[in-house]
Design a protein around this ligand. Structure first.
Ligand SMILES: Cc1cc2nc3c(=O)[nH]c(=O)nc-3n(C[C@H](O)[C@H](O)[C@H](O)COP(=O)(O)O)c2cc1C
Length: 97
């Protein structure tokens, strides 16, 4: 799932399935379907205490979360560059998963 918002990563980790896609992805964990996500969050949201916990929960559940080295590097608030989102990295990992 990409780009995954702060809301989506937290909802997915917490099992809050108020959107179809998060419900689908939550069920996919239980079905043991290989899953890859690349968040798109700025550094302020990334430093929120719940965000790190959510990333850990998803990784512990087997989701490949492409964040940091080899994935999306959070930008400073207001300095996002949509064209720089590393789609090729996400697609390459999906191809190999
Ligand atoms: C113009 C605009 C850009 C946004 N960009 C982001 C973003 O890059 N990352 C993020 O986590 N939320 C961003 N948001 C906030 C999300 O759109 C908002 O949290 C939304 O509820 C996410 O819904 P979703 O998780 O179903 O995609 C943005 C909002 C607006 C209006």
């Amino acid at each position: 799932m990409a780009p995954a918002t702060f809301n989506t990563i937290n909802s997915w980790a917490l099992g809050l399935t108020s959107s179809f896609i998060v419900g689908f992805a939550a069920e996919a964990i239980g079905k043991r379907i290989p899953l890859v996500t690349m968040p798109c969050v700025n550094s302020a949201l990334a430093s929120h205490p719940q965000f790190g916990r959510s990333v850990d929960v998803l990784r512990d559940a087997g989701v490949r979360v492409l964040l940091g080295d080899g994935g999306f590097i959070p930008n400073a608030p207001g300095q996002g560059q949509p064209g720089a989102f590393p789609w090729e990295r996400a697609l390459a990992v999906v191809r190999d998963t």
